[in-house]
Ligand binder design. Structure first.
Ligand code: SP5
Ligand code: ZN
Length: 341
């Protein structure tokens, strides 16, 4: 299949995240994308560059002032004489005001970010925009008739919501792909999120919408990031009630229980009867992922691909997480390969 890739991803590099009491280099590194690129090229997928899009496309999913904040945050941090990377240090938790958007840099950061693991470095915006364009290009290819297309997005996107960022995510690539398909005339679109972590941003963006179904398999937020969303009782609201489905699974989940939950997800998608599918494709469900706790093995990713392809829907696959770098290429290529057969 066509795989959309931009070398601009590599400009997002060198950041540190707060992890268990220490500032450590981010797990989300440029070599992830380069290893995926090599593996899918070796498997015969055709690499294509992202297209240009008017930036107004971003506003179908994101708040305009949020986008401007992300674009300018690093330059502003530097112009105020600060060193290092842009990392927030305080958030509007319970009891603090959430209706104020402070004008200062620290208050703005706390307002827009929801964790301290998502640094902004000098090249972050270039990479973020390239990833968003990659997802929309893959959606355009599918809207134009491709059976499936893959966007090698880096940084990932599913934790980013309308006006918040975190979880290594800045703009929501999968949501932009789904909105692109809606704007191209697909009446109903499903986003299936198989990343280890709940796609809280995607869920929030489509929470009150009936035209985009959100279905997610993920580590139980009682113990797993992002902790504050992704529970089974979250089902959407207003016109969107019943169009969000969360299937949290316990740490340690291996293939049999995972496959059963995936069958439940596929059943819900079939009942919704969408015109196309967007897959938030994280492979941090892999047994040796350094920050996750499922036990899938490399031989299981072609089985996941086969089950997804079996829906027989035009499909956009969008790269999300996966931090076991040595195996990330094989695992992603395993999913993609099932669509060729
Ligand atoms: C896109 C994506 O996969 N983002 C993940 C961001 C996770 N960042 C915080 C990780 C905290 C992990 N806690 C370790 C729990 C070990 N069981
Ligand atoms: Zn993840």
């Amino acid at each position: 299949m066509k795989a959309v890739y931009s070398p601009l991803h590599a400009r997002h590099d060198g950041g540190f995240e707060l992890y268990r009491g220490q500032l450590v280099p981010t797990f989300e590194t440029p070599d992830r994308a380069e290893i995926i690129r090599a593996a899918i090229a070796a498997a015969g997928h055709e690499l294509v560059q992202p297209r240009e899009f008017p930036e107004s496309r971003l506003l179908g999913v994101h708040d305009g002032e949020f986008v401007e904040f992300l674009r300018g945050a690093h330059a502003r941090w530097q112009s105020e004489g600060r060193q290092g990377h842009v990392i927030p240090s305080g958030f509007p938790a319970r009891g603090l005001r959430q209706d104020r958007r402070p004008s200062g840099i620290s208050g703005s950061l706390g307002y827009y970010a929801f964790d301290a693991s998502t640094p902004i470095v000098a090249g972050t915006w270039d990479a973020v925009l390239a990833a968003a364009r990659s997802a929309m290009t893959a959606a355009a290819l599918v809207a134009e008739g491709e059976r499936a297309a893959y966007a090698l997005c880096r940084p990932p996107g599913h934790h980013a919501a309308r006006s918040t960022y975190g979880g290594y995510c800045y703009l929501n690539n999968a949501a932009l792909a789904a909105q692109y398909l809606r704007d191209a005339g697909h009446r109903r679109v499903t986003i299936l999120d198989v990343d280890y972590h709940h796609g809280n941003g995607t869920q929030e963006i489509f929470w009150e919408r009936e035209d985009v179904q959100f279905v997610s398999l993920h580590g139980d937020p009682e113990t797993e990031y992002p902790w504050f969303l992704g529970y089974a009782d979250e089902r959407g609201a207003g016109p969107g009630e019943g169009f969000t489905l969360n299937l949290p699974l316990p740490a340690g989940t291996a293939w049999d229980a995972y496959a059963a939950a995936l069958q439940t997800a596929l059943g819900a998608i079939t009942r919704y009867d969408p015109e196309s599918l967007v897959v938030s494709l994280g492979v941090d469900t892999f047994v040796s992922d350094p920050i996750s706790s499922f036990k899938l093995e490399s031989r299981h990713y072609p089985l996941i691909g086969g089950l997804l392809a079996g829906l027989r829907l035009p499909t956009v696959l969008v790269q999300e997480g996966g931090y076991a770098v040595a195996e990330i290429g094989e695992n992603v290529a395993g999913v993609l390969g099932a669509f060729a057969d």
